[in-house]
Unconditional design. Sequence first.
Length: 487
Amino acid sequence: MNIVVSLLFSFFLRHAVARGGQRCTSLTSASGFENDSYAGSARHLFVENQSHARIDVARGYMTNSELEKAVKEFGQRCSHISTIYSIGKSVNGFPLWVIEISDKPGKEEPEPAFKFVGNVHGDEPVGRELLLILANWICDNYMRDPLVKLIVENVHLHILPSMNPDGFSLRRRGNANGIDLNRDFPDQFLPWNDDEDARQPETKAIMGWLREIHFTASASLHGGALVANYPWDGTQDKRRNYYACPDDGTFRFLASVYSQSHYNMSLSKEFEGGITNGAFWYPIYGGMQDWNYIYGGCFELTLEISDNKWPNAEELPTIWEYNKMSVLNLVASLVKKGVHGRVFSSDSGRPLPGLITVKGINYTVKAGSVFSDYHRLLVPGERYEVMAAVPGYKSKATNIWLEEEAMTVDFILDPEITSEGTLLRSMCDCNCGSKSRLFWEEYFLGVHFEVYLVLIVFLAFLCFLLRRRIKFNLLKHGQSPKRLVSI
Ligand SMILES: *[C@@H]1O[C@H](CO)[C@@H](O)[C@H](O)[C@H]1NC(C)=O
Ligand SMILES: *[C@@H]1O[C@H](CO)[C@@H](O)[C@H](O)[C@H]1NC(C)=O
Ligand SMILES: *[C@@H]1O[C@H](CO)[C@@H](O)[C@H](O)[C@H]1NC(C)=O
Ligand SMILES: CC(=O)N[C@H]1CO[C@H](CO)[C@@H](O)[C@@H]1O
Ligand SMILES: [Zn+2]
């Protein structure tokens, strides 16, 4: 067998898992709040004007301008591990601020990216508060908590606390145009709503964001129930039914990571194990979750994190404590679980835009465009056949046994030789060598000498061109990747 796929158990990952496993003691002992510089400052009485009747429910929650201030203050306080940017504006012109947390924020690295999106529904504000607490908690505990360190050093974590600031200030589900943003995405079962220009600005901002950043997984935060919901959200026949996506197993696993790490989500009487298939619960169309998986290459969960949509603000610290391990474990699973690696060309060593598939799962994971790194989440403890394909290269497949820990599988692909190319190469090898020249001369001299001469000159020229090109490629991409091992 001519397989040159490199299989490499990542010792770093294993080591990291061992460190992550010790988190319980350190996390429970460290308070999420005493040292949270944000908690004390940003909670003021709601002063926006639209809805005096319900002003009481907003007491203690950040207003939009307080949220903006909190994001910017965070960016200054934690500038060593974060950067702040906006992905667009709401209907009423409020910037959709994102905090990116990483040891190299804003830089491209061969690492998975995760995103949290809060406040998709304007009247579900718990997520936006929790996400600010999360960011600050990470900043405060980065140096002392191994799990947080693992996240900061190996993941690019993007946090959008509020996707729907207008809905929030209006205290309603939809945005300023009254549109439910979680019904506004193109949908596999609604082919007529594919027009991106017809989307709400908040929806377009998310769609553009996924074109910019290659997210491996994500979660949006909602309120009104306590459950981790996974695709599909809709069904072909529009009836309420369990409707499994190709990665049903992977999603059940991810949703369970959340619910099992939660204070009591997995004890749910309504949802077995605290997780549910979206369409089995109730089908929706135009949701963000299915769109992420189908069009964004991103494994998204929809997390319902509190039965009460507007709990008293005094409960927020408790709700954070209930969700803290879930949130951290979910993000860390991008590093601790699944198959990871890079795809290279064997002749030049340069990264290739690999397409990774797993036998039996009708879904393709794309390698990143700069480093050709791929991150394929999978249920641990199973056997898989992983394949890498790149147009113009011979595909390669390898069988792996995926343990509890993550695994690294790099692929080195050989260029596909067309019949024309093979002919050229063998001609070159023959004609450019001097030993057999005499034989060739004698052979050709007698018959049609001129014709053969022209042919030989032509072939020699092609040969020259081909060699030049190979040399140029080697010079340009000569650095051979260090991690590669051939088996
Ligand atoms: C609220 O709106 C009323 C008019 O509807 C206005 O008189 C009042 O000044 C506003 N208050 C605030 C705090 O914006
Ligand atoms: C989880 O705990 C909260 C707070 O004690 C409680 O209100 C809720 O009913 C519990 N949910 C489940 C599913 O046990
Ligand atoms: C795989 O999924 C695509 C849609 O992503 C679908 O068109 C195709 O029919 C599926 N193939 C199989 C074998 O199910
Ligand atoms: C773990 C930690 O850093 N705790 C600190 C939190 O802040 C108080 C003062 O507000 C310090 O005394 C603690 O040491
Ligand atoms: Zn919601």
